[in-house]
Every structure is written in structure tokens, then in C-alpha cells.
Design a protein. Structure first.
Lengths: 187, 188
């Protein structure tokens, strides 16, 4: 791989890591918020009826049925979540945020360092892939209503991170071969 | 590849470190605000029992207000160079890039301001980062709340469209390796 081509790969890689890193940060952040807000023993769990005043419905551009179903939506989450699901999601979302931040630092290092830290990129993307797979395994073990919400986006994330990981491993291999070829021969 | 005449070649001078950091802070905040707001609007309407919206809405407003300060700071730093680039003779792609930035700053400002105005007329108080009470300077007004909510909604959709163009341009520069990506990542 020529020097110009290696620089192109690294520049492209930094953009891709950054783009999916920012999306991953938003996704894990929202999941944490979701688990922080919707907890067992909250009002929807206690059977309170939805409060759907006409002025609020107009303001939110909602039908009465939609307004009532919003409470059912929370009940679906609560009733299909096993006891372990909430702490598990909170822990893995935190780990996901940490892994994503590491990948963002990696993206900066790819551009700022003379020798791009491709090994660090492999570690951070592997960690992200691990978080995705752990989330997928957790979702598989919940009820069908939560599986319907979680499995498809997680499968997409697994695919994205897998593609990124394979790309970085390949670039790293090229880089290693290239460095070997450029070493001066010793007699 | 970067030598080809038709490609957009940005000027190679580095951006101030503050601009680079603010750019990524803005990007992270905007993505989070979009994703979390799509979810939080599906939560039950608020009353004394249903307080599910309290934390997400407060967080949304806090990030929005902080974002506004960051956008104004960044625009103040970049306005002169952007206007100079807009008036100089360039290819249509370079002109598009400059106008994309100007529109991005404008739409970000409109999104933040319309969100704040809508919140002000909704009658719900805002405590900035749970520390500082922002005084309610307007009385509750449903019509104005709905009006500013609509402006907020449509300016945010327009912003999302423009962001996709911006991301497409970033990938274009990344694959072209023309120095633009280095400018946005360089911290020295």
C-alpha cells in the first residue's frame, strides 16, 4: 500500500469512526435516559389512567387514542422487562458510552499521530461490538414485545461495527506489510 | 486523486482548536437531541402522576441552551472567513460548502431560539442544569407555544436534511484525502 493510499484509508476511517461514534453516543445516551425514566413502580405500572385534556391533545397534535396508548407503551416496556433487564441495560449503556468515547479519541489519534494507532482502533471497535452482542443476547432473553424493539437496531449496529472492525484489521495488515517492505535491508 | 482539477480542495490552514472542539461538541449534542427527542415525545402527557417527561425535557432544554451558546461562539469566530469565502470566486461545490455552513449556523440558531420560545410560552419552568432558575418572562400562551413548536419542528427537519449533506461532504473529503478532514481533527 502506498503512502498516499494509507493516508486516504486513515482519513476515511477517522470520518467513519466519528460518524458512527456520534450516532452510538446518541443511541446509548437515549437508552440510559430511557432506563432512568421508566422504572418499575412508576405511575404507569400502578395503573393510573392517561390524562388526555383536549387542549394538550391539540398542542401535541395527538388523537385521544394515541394519548391513551402512550401509557400502554410504558406498560409494555415495564411488563416485558425481566427484573435484571434495567440494571443490565444501565451497565451496558454506560460501557457503550465509555467504548464510544474511546473510539472517538481513536479517531482523533488517527489524524493527529504520525503513526496511526490502528491497534487502539481495533480494541475500541471490538469493545463496541462486544457491547452490541451483549445487548442482543439480553434482548433475546426478554419478551417478544421488547425483542421487537431492540433486536433489529442491535443487528444493524453489530453489522456496522463488524464492517468497521474488518476494515481496520485489513488496513493494519497492509500497514504492517508496508512497514516491513520499507525497512532497509541489513547484510 | 486529490490532484484532479474537478475536486473540491479546501484551504489547508488549520482551524483554531476551540472551533474544532466546539464542532464535535455540537455534533454530539445535535445527534443526541434528535434521537432522544424522537423517543421522549412518545412518553405519556404530563400531569401530577405522570412525570416521565420531566427529566428528558429538562435535559433537552439544558443541552439546547448550552448548544445555543456554543453555536453563537463558533459563528462569531468563523463569520468573517465564511463571508469572505462566500464572496470569492469559487467552483459551485466550494460555494455550496460555504452556504451549507452558513445555513447550518442559521438553522441551529433558529432551532434553539424557537425551542426556547415554545418552552417560555408553555408555562413550564426551566432550571439550567438544575442549578440556575431561568425566569419565566412570558405568560402561558397556547397559540404562541404551538406556533413556536411548529417553527422548532420544521427548522429541525431542515437541519437534519442539511446535516446529511454535511456528512456526505465529510465522507467525500475523507475518501478524497484532500486535507479537509485533517483540518477538522487537528488539535495542534
Amino acid at each position: 500500500m502506498g503512502n498516499e493510499s494509507a493516508k486516504t484509508n486513515v482519513s476515511w476511517l477517522a470520518v467513519v469512526i466519528m460518524l458512527f461514534g456520534l450516532l452510538s453516543l446518541a443511541s446509548h445516551g437515549t437508552e440510559m435516559l430511557k432506563q432512568a425514566v421508566i422504572g418499575p413502580g412508576s405511575s404507569a405500572d400502578l395503573g393510573f389512567a392517561a390524562d388526555c385534556r383536549a387542549d394538550e391533545l391539540e398542542e401535541e397534535q395527538l388523537s385521544l387514542e394515541e394519548c391513551q396508548l402512550m401509557v400502554s407503551n410504558v406498560r409494555i416496556i415495564l411488563s416485558s422487562s425481566p427484573d435484571w433487564f434495567r440494571p443490565y441495560q444501565l451497565a451496558f449503556s454506560s460501557l457503550g458510552i465509555a467504548a464510544t468515547l474511546l473510539s472517538l479519541v481513536t479517531a482523533f489519534s488517527l489524524i493527529n499521530r504520525k503513526s496511526p494507532p490502528l491497534r487502539l482502533a481495533i480494541v475500541s471497535i471490538t469493545l463496541l461490538l462486544f457491547v452490541d452482542v451483549a445487548g442482543f443476547v439480553a434482548a433475546v432473553n426478554t419478551g417478544p414485545m421488547l425483542r421487537a424493539q431492540y433486536l433489529w437496531p442491535l443487528l444493524l449496529w453489530i453489522s456496522v461495527h463488524l464492517c468497521m472492525l474488518v476494515a481496520v484489521i485489513r488496513i493494519e495488515q497492509y500497514d504492517a506489510v508496508d512497514s516491513e517492505c520499507r525497512k532497509p535491508e541489513t547484510s | 486523486m486529490s490532484e484532479t482539477g474537478n475536486l473540491v480542495k479546501p484551504k489547508s490552514q488549520n482551524l483554531p482548536r476551540l472551533v474544532v472542539l466546539l464542532h464535535w461538541l455540537l455534533a454530539a449534542s445535535v445527534f443526541f437531541l434528535f434521537v432522544s427527542s424522537w423517543w421522549m415525545l412518545s412518553l405519556p402527557l404530563p400531569n401530577a402522576e405522570f412525570t416521565y417527561r420531566e427529566l428528558p425535557f429538562q435535559l433537552h432544554k439544558n443541552i439546547g441552551i448550552t448548544l445555543f451558546v456554543a453555536v453563537i461562539t463558533m459563528a462569531a469566530i468563523r463569520v468573517r472567513s465564511l463571508l469572505r469565502e462566500a464572496s470569492s470566486h469559487q467552483s459551485w461545490l466550494q460555494r455550496l460548502a460555504v452556504w451549507d455552513h452558513i445555513l447550518l449556523y442559521t438553522l441551529l440558531t433558529v432551532c434553539c431560539l424557537s425551542g426556547y420560545m415554545s418552552s417560555s410560552y408553555s408555562g413550564w419552568a426551566t432550571k439550567l442544569w438544575w442549578l440556575v432558575d431561568i425566569p419565566l418572562w412570558a405568560a402561558e400562551n397556547d397559540d404562541l407555544n404551538i406556533l413556536f413548536s411548529e417553527v422548532h419542528l420544521w427548522s429541525c427537519w431542515a437541519l437534519l436534511g442539511l446535516l446529511l449533506l454535511h456528512i456526505g461532504a465529510a465522507i467525500y473529503h475523507g475518501v478524497g484525502n484532500d486535507g479537509a478532514i485533517e483540518k477538522m481533527f487537528r488539535l495542534r
